[in-house]
Write a new protein. Structure first.
Length: 283
């Protein structure tokens, strides 16, 4: 039986009160609840405070470049479809530097999960505005206010037909753990955007701010209805819905690829004779 203890306990470098602590606990709880042993899980990350998450887990991990967790996760999943692949990092890493890869992942619909620590700020680089920082919000690097409209990642994912789209909040850890479980088990590309307050650099979107506004989506919502999903995805302000926004059964990228018909690439031996032929063709 898999338990949370199997994923280890480590001393972290995060600030006391950081939402990353709760997100890490929710992720480990979700994986243990699904009965996934650590050796069958790969967590791929980028750069940033959020990207330190797999350093505090006993599982397979890859640390990529800033904004590059998704292409690395894509390669890993295509090479070994049998492993559970989770990409995770911050809102700046995934929606800023990694914005093009986020769009590509939505288009492809590969069977993996992206968990985004969305604190509306760049935490590791000390507090400049991120793609999800509200317009007009004052930061250390934008003393006159952030001048651009913020990105709405869940609305973008819904409009592009992502297989699974959810919003979570670290102040609701059990609810968040359940969302992660649903994301991991759903076939196709799953996005879980998590409100994770930064206690050091975001003094607007605090734990109390989210706690007063977040409400759980009720059973009357139909996640298979794109219009309903988009309406909830665009709701942000005095009331913010958390839960499963959208879900569908789009065909998964990679199914039927001839290169995978003989099994995972990671478990196959290279065809040296074919390689010699390719090299000889350049002679």
């Amino acid at each position: 039986m898999v338990t949370v203890d199997d994923y280890g306990t480590f001393e972290t470098a995060w600030c006391p009160g950081c939402g990353d602590h709760s997100l890490l606990a929710a992720l480990k709880s979700a994986l243990a609840g699904l009965g996934l042993p650590p050796h069958k899980v790969l967590v791929v990350t980028g750069i940033g405070q959020a990207a330190k998450t797999p350093l505090y887990m006993n599982c397979n991990m890859i640390t990529g470049l800033h904004g590059r967790s998704l292409p690395t996760a894509t390669g890993a999943k295509l090479a070994n479809p049998e492993i559970t692949v989770i990409a995770e990092s911050g809102d700046g890493c995934n929606y800023g530097e990694g914005g093009n890869h986020f769009l590509a992942a939505l288009r492809r619909n590969l069977d993996m999960t992206l968990i985004v620590h969305d604190n509306g700020i760049y935490g590791l680089t000390k507090g400049q505005a991120s793609p999800t920082t509200a317009k007009g919000q004052v930061t250390k690097a934008q003393p006159f206010g952030q001048p651009s409209e913020p990105v709405n990642p869940v609305a973008l994912a819904v409009t592009m037909g992502a297989a699974f789209v959810a919003r979570g909040f670290t102040g609701e850890p059990e609810h968040l753990s359940g969302l992660i479980q649903q994301a991991v088990t759903h076939k196709g590309f799953s996005l879980v955007d998590v409100f994770q307050p930064c206690v050091s650099f975001n003094k607007v979107n605090t734990f109390a701010w989210y706690k007063q506004r977040c409400y759980k989506i009720g059973p009357e919502h139909d996640p298979s209805d794109p219009k309903q999903a988009l309406a909830l995805a665009r709701e942000f302000g005095e009331r913010i819905p958390i839960g499963v926004l959208s879900r569908n059964d789009r065909p998964v990228f990679g199914a039927g690829l001839p290169t995978l018909e003989k099994g995972p690439l990671a478990l196959r031996k290279p065809d040296l004779e074919a390689l010699r032929g390719v090299l000889a063709s350049y002679g």
